[in-house]
Design a protein. Structure first.
Length: 235
C-alpha cells in the first residue's frame, strides 16, 4: 500500500445498517411496509405526495434515534490522517458520516436533511416535517420535496465522482449490494484506470467477482481494521 496516494470510497446501506437504519434490499423490497415504487420514485410522488412526504418525514425524524458506528468513525479517521486524498462517496441519505466526523462527503443520492423546491429548484437545509406543505425558505412556494434521488432520477456529483475514479490508486466499496447502477459500475471504472479494488461487505455482493479482493464481515469490524492497516503501511 506504500504507493497509494488517492483513495475513492463508496459506502452503501450496509455501513449504516449496524446503526439501526434499515435497507429495503434486506426486507423483500419494502421500506416500513411500503413498496419502493410507491415511496422512492417520481411516479409514486405524483400519485400520492402525502404518502411520500410522510414517509420521508418519518425517516428524517428517525435519524435522532441512531448514532454513527465504528465504521463511520474509522473513515473519518482515515480522512483526517491519510497523507493522500480520500474521496468519500455515499449512496446513503443519512447524516451518519458527518456525525461520525467526516468533513468531505459526496451524497450521490441526496440527503434526508435537505429540501428541494420544485418551484425555484433551490436546495435548503431541512429538519422539520414536509407533510403540511411548509413554504420554501427561498421563494415561499409550498412546493418542497425531499432532496433525495429516487429511482429513475440522475444521481448527484457524477462528473466529480468519475473524475476521481479515473485517477485513484485504490477503490473501496463498503456495504453495497452491487446491484444499483451507476454505483455498481464504479469498480469497473476504477479497474480500467489501473486502480486496486477492495470490497468490504457482510456477504458477497452481486459484483464481488469484479474486485481484486473481497473481505466479508460486519462493517464495524472490517472498516476499522482496514483503516488501521492503511495508516500503518503508508506512514
Amino acid at each position: 500500500m506504500t504507493q497509494i496516494k488517492r483513495i475513492v470510497i463508496l459506502t452503501g446501506a450496509g455501513i449504516s445498517a449496524e446503526s439501526g437504519i434499515d435497507t429495503f434490499r434486506a426486507a423483500g423490497g419494502l421500506w416500513e411496509q411500503h413498496r419502493v415504487e410507491d415511496v422512492a420514485t417520481p411516479e409514486g410522488f405524483a400519485r400520492n405526495p402525502d404518502l411520500v412526504l410522510g414517509f420521508y418525514d418519518m425517516r428524517r425524524a428517525a435519524l435522532a434515534h441512531v448514532a454513527p458506528n465504528p465504521a463511520h468513525a474509522a473513515l473519518a479517521r482515515l480522512q483526517g490522517e491519510f497523507a493522500g486524498d480520500v474521496l468519500l462517496v455515499t449512496q446513503n441519505v443519512d447524516d451518519l458520516h458527518e456525525r461520525g466526523g467526516s468533513r468531505q462527503v459526496l451524497h450521490m443520492h441526496g440527503e434526508l436533511k435537505s429540501a428541494l423546491c420544485l418551484a425555484c429548484e433551490a436546495r435548503s437545509p431541512w429538519h422539520a416535517p414536509m407533510l403540511d406543505r411548509p413554504p420554501c425558505p427561498v421563494c415561499a412556494a409550498p412546493s418542497l420535496r425531499p432532496d433525495v434521488v429516487w429511482f429513475g432520477e440522475m444521481p448527484y456529483e457524477m462528473g466529480r465522482i468519475y473524475q476521481a475514479l479515473e485517477t485513484c490508486d485504490l477503490f473501496v466499496s463498503i456495504g453495497t449490494s452491487g446491484a444499483v447502477y451507476p454505483a455498481a459500475g464504479f469498480v469497473e471504472e476504477a479497474r480500467r484506470a489501473g486502480a486496486r479494488t477492495l470490497e468490504l461487505n457482510l456477504e458477497p455482493s452481486e459484483g464481488s467477482h469484479r474486485f481484486d479482493e473481497s473481505r466479508l464481515g460486519p462493517a464495524s469490524v472490517l472498516v476499522p481494521a482496514w483503516v488501521e492497516e492503511v495508516l500503518t503501511t503508508t506512514s
